[in-house]
Design a protein around this ligand. Sequence first.
Ligand code: ATP
Ligand code: MG
Length: 396
Amino acid sequence: MRYSQMFPKTLREAPKEAQTANHRLLVRAGFIDQLMAGSWTLLPLGWRVVSKITQIIREEMNRIGAQEMLMPLLHPKEIWNQTGRWDEADEVMYKLKDSRGKEFALSFTHEEIVMDLVRKFVRSYKDLPLNVYHFSTKFRNELRPQGGILRGREFLMKDAYSLHTSEEDLMEWYEKYKQAYLKIYERFGVKVYYTEAAGGVFTDKHTHEFQLEAESGEDTIYVNPGTKEAINKEVFAGEAKDYEVKRAIEVGNIFPLGKKYSEKMGALFINKDGNKKPIWFGSYGIGTTRNMGAIVEVCHDEKGIVWPRSVAPFQAYLVDLKDGEKVHQKLVGVGVDVLWDDRDVSAGQKFADADLIGIPVRLVVSEKTGDKIEWKERSGTKTELVSVEEVIKRLM
Ligand code: ATP
Ligand code: MG
């Protein structure tokens, strides 16, 4: 891809109101643009990152046996009345009326919609366990949409739902999701704390969050120095002296919801003895757009973003100071995803933009490099002269 054709280019200044690294850097580097408070366009670079994040989550969800689908975002009032959440979750829901006066909500989550599906399709214990998920937009009337892309009023999330014949089976799958989530964050290249938390408008039970340590985080967690597991301040009740206190960003959440939803909505199955029983239920969320921002909070320096390889928008940034076209051709020919800075601007500008955008490997071709290529990793300081073949070998 030619950087000269990339939409849009980097900006000289960060927005004045930006208080977090992800806000400053993602906007300046051209990954996101704000339409209004809490509402963002994912520009081509940002969309690439969110797509990488999405694909990693998809692979790990598929690996444990969850099935991907896609549910609607416009929900009738009646379905939310069946659990009482039309009123209970009034604060977070965007509600609207159509021209006939019929009331709807824009989706802030999908438990009720999944319950409606399973009561139509699940009949007996033979249909369970069932695990489904989707990636879609969520709308939430957040009082303080802030922290760049960390807290939107409209944002992208993966939400998964699991359905079971028993509490034991639910908890067995809860553990599988926990392990899948830990794998996902490991693949993102970030460290998270598995954290005990409250259930909010979802459940009275304790739930678990995945928390990423960051100064800009809105949450406070108490980390057990031995086990490295944490407890959210919301539910912490003990002697703080034995714990490390950290600021953190919630990057994922899992909920053992139990039978509350299925009892209220009549989602039943026939057990081995022929009796009708309510289905056990769990739900599992990861905000894909928040995760892009959270990764930037922990992966940046004074010059810009430092993307982990797994979620970077491109594999390499080619600074073309002379005759870079042939190198670009070769790399593209073998399938390397490279952003080619072919612009007619100063070398200084190209180097500064390469650092700001944060692609893991910077390649330079110039008068000085001859038939070799200068290789430098964004996270390091060492430069090396290597052949095109060596570049390809390292990147593939
Ligand atoms: P928070 O406590 O931060 O308000 P939540 O507990 O309400 O979040 P969940 O309903 O558990 O969030 O959503 C699952 C995931 O979706 C969160 O872990 C987070 O990654 C993401 N998420 C939640 N709210 C937002 C938001 N307003 N903007 C972006 N991502 C969000
Ligand atoms: Mg939460």
